[in-house]
Write a protein that binds this ligand. Structure first.
Ligand code: C2E
Ligand code: CA
Ligand code: CA
Ligand code: CA
Length: 278
């Protein structure tokens, strides 16, 4: 009787845990998804605007949920950041992206950079530099073909950020500053920090060049980047007018739906030659 009672309580507790909340609010589900291979990376081409050539691919995570279908990162990355599972999920994404890029190179395709997003929490996890270093060794990807996309939020701890950035640069990987212009806005760190590239946030590109203010900001960011000897890329490029504007103002690179939506690795591989230039 006692045993039965305990079982009942356990069943009741489990129902209470899973009952009201949607599955993606549970840390266990994120861990389970990782352990059972439910995460996938999609890749979006990045282009050089001077020669129209493919230079890289940004890896963007999705959750292939058995019941809910394909879940976008906005629905689970914030939770993963909150409960810390982002570190393991991010390590998986890093390894997967490096493996994929090495596989493209091994297949004889023209070498490109793979860009992987890192949240601030990942950036500050103890041992991040060792994790990156180990993955590069394991996958035998040359460091210069890996780019880490960080946001301005990492600059909050400026001293510590500088230490980690220097260690990452010492590995030979590239660093880009994502969502540039919308975050923590102290420009002083830009010259102090070993950053290779600014990615202009897509909110500035959206209404560009029709919105004169946005167009001014975009021009300003391009000029500032070049004066600081940084490369600059526009994200979220959706139409020809945006592309023309960016090309005229000598933005170095671009990505967006105009060129290609993010593709599963396999589809990217199949279209690789077609994606080679726009
Ligand atoms: P993000 O790094 O700023 O990525 C760009 C987002 O814009 C992606 O959304 C991409 O699919 C979308 N996008 C690309 N081209 C266009 C366009 O022309 N127009 C518009 N409107 N959108 C475009 P996605 O894939 O849903 O990713 C959302 C965010 O989730 C990313 O923003 C990034 O912050 C985060 N994320 C994605 N993958 C990872 C990951 O592996 N690790 C971490 N920590 N964060 C990730
Ligand atoms: Ca990004
Ligand atoms: Ca971005
Ligand atoms: Ca973002």
């Amino acid at each position: 009787v006692k045993k039965e009672g305990r079982n009942n309580v356990r069943v009741f507790d489990e129902r209470k845990e899973t009952g009201d909340r949607p599955p993606i609010e549970r840390e266990d589900d994120l861990r389970h998804a990782l352990a059972t291979g439910q995460f996938v990376l999609h890749y979006q081409p990045q282009y050089d605007l001077r020669n129209q050539q493919l230079t890289g691919a940004e890896a963007l995570i999705r959750w292939h949920h058995p019941d809910l279908g394909l879940i976008p990162p906005s629905s689970f990355i914030p939770l993963a950041e909150e409960n810390g599972t982002i570190n393991d999920i991010g390590t998986w994404a890093l390894r997967e992206a490096c493996q994929q890029n090495k596989a493209w190179q091994n297949a004889g395709l023209a070498p490109i950079t793979v860009a992987v997003n890192l949240s601030a929490r990942q950036f500050y996890q103890p041992g991040l530099v060792q994790v990156v270093s180990r993955i590069l060794e394991e996958t035998e990807l040359e460091p210069r073909y890996l780019e880490l996309e960080l946001t301005e939020s990492i600059m909050i701890e400026a001293e510590q950020a500088l230490i980690v950035l220097r260690a990452l640069k010492a590995l030979g990987v590239r660093i880009s500053l994502d969502d540039f212009g919308v975050g923590f806005s102290s420009l002083s760190y830009l010259r102090k920090f070993p950053i290779d590239k600014l990615k202009i946030d897509k909110s500035f590109i959206q209404e560009c060049p029709v919105d004169v203010n946005d167009a001014t900001i975009v021009k300003m960011i391009i000029n500032m980047a070049h004066n600081l000897k940084l490369s600059v890329m526009a994200e979220g490029v959706e139409d020809k007018d945006q592309l023309t504007f960016l090309t005229q103002h000598v933005c170095d690179g671009a990505q967006g739906f105009l060129f290609q939506k993010p593709l599963p690795g396999r589809a990217f591989t199949e279209k690789f030659h077609e994606l080679q230039s726009f």
